[in-house]
Design a protein around this ligand. Sequence first.
Ligand code: UDP
Ligand code: MG
Length: 327
Amino acid sequence: MAKPYVSVVIPVYNEQDNLEALFTRLTAVLDRTGKPFEIVFTNDGSRDRSGAMLREFHERRPDQVRVIDFNGNFGQHMAIMAAFERVRGEVVVTLDADLQNPPEEIPKLLAAVEAGHDVVGGYRKNRRDTFFRKYASKIINGIRAKITNIRMRDQGCMLRASGRNIVEHITASGETSTFIPALAYSYAAKPAEVEVEHAARAAGESKYRLYDLIRLNFDLMTGFSIAPLQFFSALGLLLGVISEGLRMTALPAARAIGRIHIGTMTGKLNGVIAATTPSGWRSVTASTPVATFGVLRPAMWTGRPQAYSTVSMPRVTPTRASAKVLP
Ligand code: UDP
Ligand code: MG
């Protein structure tokens, strides 16, 4: 079998009613390109017939379809990560399984890669999601644009293509809580964006509940910027100073006259201690007579962050350990 040129990566979680149409449309598009390809599905712990259907796709086209079977649900981005670790193509395309990203747009992405771009992101012309999702995304997009140096129009669009070297950087980062489009962008030398169509979900429901969306966007905010860390450190300092100021002014005054006056803030810190632990964490602790507060952060953040990778606390990633791969 020829080494694939394109690898299409698709995370699948309970998508039984979309898979047949997806497979038909996708293989038609890829066959038409005339280039060798592979499709790598990750079954992210589906409880419906998705797993069996993917196995059947593999049996239909054993040279082109590969399936990674998670033994639980680990989330869309981990499913993509596991596939990234196994792709063999020169160009890697990501796609959702629910047909919101039309497979017919793939050749557009491939053309941009062939024109020399290493990361090509789609942006959705007419986004077909709920009003709430569209509005919330707009806000998050805006905050992300302000606090990170990631410049992309539509971070949430999963119809994207990357060169093989980018995918290798992503897997080497070992990230477990991340946002793949942003991570890919942070490694890109020559990114590009192309306009793509977007459709309403063909069948089934969105797998993201409000809580999942908050978690995902939290990963985006804390993984690619130290602004949240700086904000909360500054807030901690400010609160410390205010509390010290109140202790020194308002409390004695209240005791004296039985009423609290908010006086001028004259508090001063007893000391600020910065230390780097042998394990590479840096702590900054400030103490006042009434409170001690501090921040702990990886020492690597004190230099220019390497590709802005999140430094997550070490955590076992069951996905890799538990993934079964066909063939
Ligand atoms: N997905 C996944 N694991 C999850 C949630 C989603 O593999 O825990 C897949 C899902 O099957 C789909 C893609 O990720 O292929 C995007 O999910 P969804 O369409 O629910 O997200 P939305 O379009 O609402 O952002
Ligand atoms: Mg969707």
